[in-house]
Design a protein. Structure first.
Ligand SMILES: Cc1cc2nc3c(=O)[nH]c(=O)nc-3n(C[C@H](O)[C@H](O)[C@H](O)COP(=O)(O)OP(=O)(O)OC[C@H]3O[C@@H](n4cnc5c(N)ncnc54)[C@H](O)[C@@H]3O)c2cc1C
Length: 562
């Protein structure tokens, strides 16, 4: 039975950074990932990572932009920490080998990103996540004496002892289907977001909200779950992302009449307003009949010099050509807002501690909350690294002073029984894929850029029905070797739980703030709603709602214009 000081579930940027920092603090570490670590979804991150490293910039300016971007729902103490620690994180990455772009004078160069008052996004062309993930993985291998990597192991359950402390997890080896208890003094969830709850989404098929649901099921509080980000530039139909880096380099948004419509909505920032503002502007143009027939508007990247596009945006040149048949260096490409990111997640403090003792969370699975109602582009990679490192360090320092907990191996029997029950379901129910599609399309219809009570109630009713249908959805593969069918059934359960918490939180917040735009409650209402919505299971069948205060340190809420 594997036993480690610190168990990390997830090997994207948050997980790998947590593992390195825990190992540096002297802990023995296990890192578990359902895919090979460099296939974690962080590999898709494109445009860059924010830090106020330039002497003319300041961490205060970065923090304020983030607070404003969050529509004043972000916790300012945590945002200050993130902005203050950002420069050293970039330098750490550079020193271990990340080949950040350098400008003509040989210094680290930046590009502009939305909602920022300075160009403070550091990048590696439009493959920033790929570049960082591979360099961190080298470091992980270098520390293999201290860090055991369990690649292609799937975590099914988090374990609690009788005192309600998290003491590890149960994981399934995907190669042969065996289950193992992983004992740990501290467990860090770094299992990413939940994009697949929506269809389409910019997120890959592996992003199924596992960690959010697992924490919720053992009683951890979730926070800001209503805050789901629609990215302004995704391809219609398949949801593929055209990075914000394109607008950072100078691309324009145009409606079907050829008008640069952002002038109306954000006269100072145009295309570089924050994402919630730009997505709403696009959706308004589309809804009011100024979009194209395919329900899109256009992104004109020909405004960027061709040479620069080929050098700094080469991935989206490929995406445009391969997935839309468009040469973006010569003609505009049709785009629309698409689901991209969840600001909410497992509620943590600035050291990653959740409301369950012994359980930490970092990265997109977590809600610190540094993004509040709306995340600024290029602040997520920063969040994964800063809070991944802090969680790893805190967990390790605590863990090395504790004795190793043990879990009876009989605990595995319960999970074995659950998996056997899935395998033995009779054919005849709905297909897993059909339920998943209906879920994604429902969320994309009713819990999207614009919301209202009638739509949210409808979404809730559908999610509840799908939960029932999922109980009898049969699978075809009854084998043990790489049985992705059974994993798909388990992931569907996670997605349905996560979807319900999103819908319940969106119904609860009766105002418009950040990504939550309620047509029936237009306008921000600080008097009643300047607070977080916390969601927990509390043993009940329907998510329970409570509230917690927003931490304000130095920036009082004011009108938000761009
Ligand atoms: C297309 C795209 C482009 C983006 N570009 C940027 C950008 O330029 N800048 C920016 O700041 N942000 C960007 N983002 C957002 C950012 O990439 C993510 O928020 C971030 O990478 C999430 O990292 P993570 O470590 O939290 O999770 P992930 O990288 O998603 O890793 C999750 C890990 O958990 C593991 N896991 C999940 N469930 C289980 C389970 N049940 N058992 C075992 N392992 C499990 C996975 O295998 C994986 O290793 C982008 C997002 C997308 C989709």
């Amino acid at each position: 039975m594997p036993s480690h000081d610190v168990l990390i579930i997830g090997a994207g940027l948050a997980g790998q950074r947590a593992a390195l920092s825990a190992a540096e603090a002297g802990a023995s570490v296990a890192i578990v990932s359902k895919v090979h670590p460099v296939r974690s979804h962080s590999v898709a991150a494109a445009g860059g990572i924010n830090a106020a490293l330039n002497p003319e910039d300041s961490w205060e300016s970065h923090a304020f932009d983030t607070v404003k971007g969050s529509d004043y729902l972000g916790d300012q103490d945590a945002i200050e920490i993130m902005a203050q620690e950002a420069p050293s994180e970039i330098l750490y990455l550079e020193h271990i080998g990340v080949t950040f772009h350098r400008n003509e004078s040989g210094h680290l160069g930046t590009r502009a990103f939305g909602g920022a008052s300075a160009a403070r996004t550091y990048y590696v062309a439009d493959i920033t996540g790929h570049a960082i993930l591979h360099v961190l993985y080298e470091q992980l291998m270098k520390r293999s004496e201290q860090i055991d990597s369990y690649e292609e192991w799937f975590t099914t359950d988090l374990l609690l002892n009788d005192d309600g402390r998290c003491i590890g997890a149960i994981c399934r080896d995907l190669r042969d289907g065996t289950l193992q208890v992983f004992n740990a003094k501290a467990t860090i969830l770094a299992s990413g977001g939940c994009g697949q709850v929506y269809k389409p989404t910019t997120n890959g098929l592996i992003v199924t909200g596992d960690g959010i649901a697992q924490a919720y099921r053992i009683g951890a509080k979730l926070m800001d779950m209503e805050m789901v980000q629609y990215h302004p530039t995704t391809l219609a139909g398949n949801g593929l992302l055209i990075t914000e880096g394109a607008r950072g380099e100078g691309a324009w948004l145009l409606n079907a009449k050829g008008e640069r419509f952002m002038e109306k909505y954000a006269p100072n920032k145009f295309e570089l307003a924050s994402r919630d503002v730009v997505s709403r502007a696009e959706q308004t143009e589309i809804n009011e009949g100024r979009g194209f027939e395919d329900g899109t508007v256009a992104l004109d990247i020909t405004k960027v010099p061709r040479r620069r596009t080929l050098e700094a945006l080469r991935e989206i040149v490929n995406i445009g050509r391969d997935f839309a048949g468009v040469d973006i260096t010569r003609e505009p490409i049709h785009i629309k807002p698409g689901m991209h990111y969840i600001m909410g997640g497992v509620k943590t403090d600035a050291d990653g501690q959740t409301t369950i003792p012994g359980l930490y969370a970092a990265g997109e699975v977590a809600c610190v909350s540094v993004h509040g109602g709306n995340r600024l582009g290029a602040n997520s990679l920063l969040d994964t690294l800063v809070f991944g490192r802090r969680s790893g360090h805190h967990a390790a320092i605590r863990a090395v002073q504790m004795t190793m907990p043990t879990t009876p191996t009989s605990r595995v029997t319960e999970t074995e029984r659950d998996i056997a029950a899935i395998m033995n379901r009779e054919q005849g129910g709905r297909r897993i894929g059909a339920i998943k599609n209906e879920l994604g399309e429902t969320m994309n219809e009713y819990v999207a850029v614009f919301r209202d009570e009638a739509g949210l109630l409808k979404a809730h009713e559908i999610v509840r029905r799908l939960k029932e249908e999922a109980k009898t959805a049969a699978i075809d593969d009854r084998g043990s070797i790489f049985n992705q069918d059974v994993i798909g059934a388990i992931e569907l359960g996670y997605m349905l739980d996560v979807a319900e918490t999103i819908v319940v939180a969106a119904l609860e917040r009766k105002e418009s703030r950040g990504a939550q735009w309620r047509l029936d409650f237009p306008g921000r209402n600080d008097e009643e709603w300047l607070k977080h919505i916390d969601i927990s299971a509390n043993g009940g069948d329907v998510p329970q709602v409570s509230y917690s205060p927003v931490t304000i340190t130095r920036w009082q809420p004011e009108e938000r214009t761009y």
